[in-house]
Design a protein around this ligand. Sequence first.
Ligand code: PLP
Length: 423
Amino acid sequence: MIFTSTKNNKEAVGFRTAALNGLASNKGLYVPTFMPKLRTEILESGVFGPEEAAQVMQLFIGEDIPLKKLTEILDQTLAFDFPLVQIGADKYCLELFHGPTKAFKDVGARFMSRVLGYFKAQDSNKSHVLVATSGDTGAAVANGFLNIDGVEVHILFPKGKVSEYQERQMTTLGGNINAYEVEGTFDDCQSLVKQAFSDNGLKQKMSLSSANSINVARFLPQMLYYFIASNTLKNKNLNNITYSVPSGNFGNLTAGLYANALGLPVENFIASTNRNDTFINYLVSGTYEPKPSVLTYSNAMDVGAPSNFTRILDLFDNDWQAIKGKIDGIAVSDEKTLQIMDRIHAATGYIIDPHGAVGYLGLETYQKEGDTGVVLGTASPLKFSSVIQKVVPSFETPDAGSKTVFKTSIKNDYKSFLEVLLS
Ligand SMILES: *Cc1c(COP(=O)(O)O)cnc(C)c1O
């Protein structure tokens, strides 16, 4: 597959280069030059494991990773459960949080780290992966990349603005994982990373890549969730499926749209956000106006300028009507989020995390009669215990453990960052 940039349609690279570069030219995102079609037998066999996953991924990866190796990578990537738990009459939660860091980002991070490790084994030049995080991304990336040869990871997180549990996940690994605690906000971390990517002097000294969902190697494997869930439901004779996706940077939702474009049947998608409603406003008005993010209980979705938006525009050829035809959208307040968590818990005993709760309201609002609704359970409630306790006071905070912490504190300025990066 040839990928091009959303900002420069003259760029043409294969999967390998797209994954190693992260960001495309002119700060665009890599998108495929056409949408391949899946052989429908894959969807009919009733089985969806690493071999089927490899056939899906190969549509975009081509010869850059041999099928046997790709299957092996996917076998390791998907080495935990993806239970589909019924939480309402025709509503399910696809629990994507049974990986090592308890959030759905494990799949993308595990896949990407193994892919980069494979590419790096063929070249001696070390790759430096830079990533800004509000919590979950850093944890998943740290875990996925630990001890991968040829790759050094640099994680920037805002001081005091990630949960203690998340901070431990990023700072207790050591080895090739470097964590920087920035005196600033998530947006500041993001802006330091962006400055690094546009610093040509730095790029001559080190080969940089990004592990955010702008990277095709992290973004594309997220398609597999939808295949796994649809396969499980098909085996129960449930076929008309609507997915509600708790969304921040819209990597997860866009991957669902890609799965659908490949040929996976999906009735409808629901973009469920918190008060950071840039995309929801776009659905209403047709204009895209990014704005600063605001802090909410579902903080992994506190994004005011969703980075994958341009991939959605690309997929639908900028056709606002077509986008509205496939995606409904809802913005949910913190107050409503707690109400839903409380209501689900009272009715069924199920504890849903705040991101999942946002998605659940999306289903209640837009799921059509006769359809089966699936909300993507993006994080374990354990990661957000302080929010859960507002609804279920007896919910216990997990023990953070007492491992050695490796982190470097830096000021919110590019010079300080560059200094530690080059040291
Ligand atoms: C990252 C994250 C999201 C948002 O995912 P996007 O792909 O950025 O839209 C939602 N929920 C949780 C728990 C997350 O960690």
